[in-house]
Design a protein around this ligand. Structure first.
Ligand SMILES: Cc1ncc(COP(=O)(O)O)c(C=O)c1O
Length: 434
């Protein structure tokens, strides 16, 4: 009997890699190999980054302080997050609360929205993933990531949401290939009707391989505002780095009521989440206590990690570097897509890209498969060639999200490897007419 109950991102029962060390953009594996990390949204500074290592060493001797205690470095981390990441948002920015994970801060933000509006329903975009706890799981509409069980013979059994969830359609364009939106695009009236009576509208910027543009964001934001629904920008993946600006929402003119962050925010050194409230929302709290105490929120290691991460991003000018690398990736992926008949769609921005293959629709993805689906087989082939290319639990999609510190040569190697690994998909699949 396996004593550790766990999950993998790649479906199928193939052995997962065991990482025993790492440096820069490289993982060291237990079988002696060194492989390039091409998909890791937590490790934005790569592995064993000298500044992060030093930070964790220095803070390791600090006593444990819970969220209920005052802790000066937590105050400083909040101030620095506001001063650095929200420097361009002085009219908007209110206050920060730290958390433990993206799931947790989304749950916190959603429950705050329910408390403030007195409403329960929540709206999200199709194919969303917002986490696996409480309300964040409720608004995760990908069935295979819904906290349920995959049944060996009968497909996935997701758990029923506790809250009414309304699903708005995804945008309909992508960089290459057809959009895979499931719902007919909402017109303004349909959008407004879906948002009416909701406490919150939560949208992220990468999940399901959907990287919506400013026009989509501004349209959803306007409809949410009209409906009295608080807009939560889930920037757990895109906040502070990966989108090439501090926040993906800065691509549009609208501003959210809340922003959630996580993943790389503590430089990969500790679990982290943050929910940031607009000035207006802080005013609406009117000094009420937001009683949601947690033992580990704002832990010293996480707080030190946040401060160092922000410092390194600025010092090393990493956002500009992400924009530069994003262009390189974009141009190369377009060439790769045209070359491989197995590629159905490409989309992305900055340092987060999705390559979707022809084949079963994501809605038909089953978590009960014992044989690895196509995306997992391509991913395994890439690993055999020395590069980690992830799948997001959908049968047909691969994602590329290297550390922000990769070199041009390393990016080249990741994309060369993808190019080669896709030959496996070309050979295996029947190519539908496009
Ligand atoms: C957009 C988005 N929101 C929330 C989460 C949940 O974050 P965590 O895994 O830290 O709970 C994720 C995780 O992949 C995510 O991609």
């Amino acid at each position: 009997m396996k004593r550790l109950l766990s999950t993998g991102l790649n479906a199928g029962s193939d052995t997962v890699v065991e990482v025993i060390g790492g440096q820069g953009a490289w993982f060291h594996l237990s079988d002696g190999r060194r492989v390039l990390d091409g998909s890791n949204t937590a490790g934005a500074l790569g592995h064993a980054h000298p500044d992060m290592v030093e930070t964790v060493r220095n803070v390791a001797g600090h006593p444990a302080v819970s969220e209920g205690w005052a802790y000066r470095d937590r105050e400083l981390a909040a101030e620095e997050l506001i001063d650095v990441a929200f420097a361009g948002e002085t009219d908007w920015i209110g206050a920060v609360r730290f958390g433990l994970s993206g799931s947790e801060v989304n749950d916190l933000a959603l429950s705050l929205a329910q408390a403030l509006t007195g409403r329960a329903p929540i709206a999200t975009r199709e194919r969303s993933y917002h986490g696996l706890t409480g309300l964040s799981r409720d608004v995760t509409v990908q069935p295979h990531w819904h906290g349920g069980l995959s049944l060996m013979a009968g497909g996935v059994r997701p758990v029923a949401p506790n809250t009414e969830v309304r699903v708005i359609s995804a945008p309909v364009s992508s960089l290459y290939g057809e959009r895979v939106a499931d719902l007919p695009p909402d017109d303004d009236a349909a959008l407004r009707a879906k948002l009416d009576g909701t406490a919150a509208t939560i949208i992220d910027y990468t999940q399901g391989g959907i990287y919506h543009d400013a026009a989509y964001q501004d349209r959803v934001a306007a409809a949410a505002r009209d409906a009295g629904s608080l807009w939560i920008a889930d920037e757990v993946v895109t906040g502070a780095g990966r989108s090439g600006r501090w926040f993906a929402f800065q691509g549009g003119t609208s501003r959210p009521d809340m922003v959630t962050m996580g993943k790389a925010l503590a430089g990969g050194a500790a679990p982290i989440g943050a929910v940031i409230l607009s000035k207006d929302l802080v005013d609406r709290l009117g000094g009420s206590a937001w009683q949601a105490y947690s033992t580990y929120r704002g832990h010293p290691v996480a707080m030190a990690g946040v401060r160092t991460y922000l410092r390194v991003l600025q010092r090393d000018n990493l956002l500009a570097r992400v924009t530069e690398l994003g262009e390189i990736i974009r141009n190369r992926l377009l060439v790769i897509a045209q070359k491989h008949p197995s590629v159905a769609r490409i989309d992305g921005r900055g340092m987060h890209w999705t390559v979707e293959l022809h084949g079963p629709h994501w809605r038909d993805w089953r978590g009960d498969t014992m044989t690895a689906p196509l995306a997992s087989r391509v991913s395994a082939r890439a690993l055999g060639l020395g590069v980690v290319i992830g799948t997001s639990g959908e049968q047909t999609s691969l994602f590329i999200a290297p550390p922000l510190i990769v070199t041009d040569a390393e990016i080249g190697q990741i994309l060369d490897t993808l190019d080669e690994a896709l030959l496996l998909a070309d050979a295996e699949m029947e190519t539908p007419a496009r």
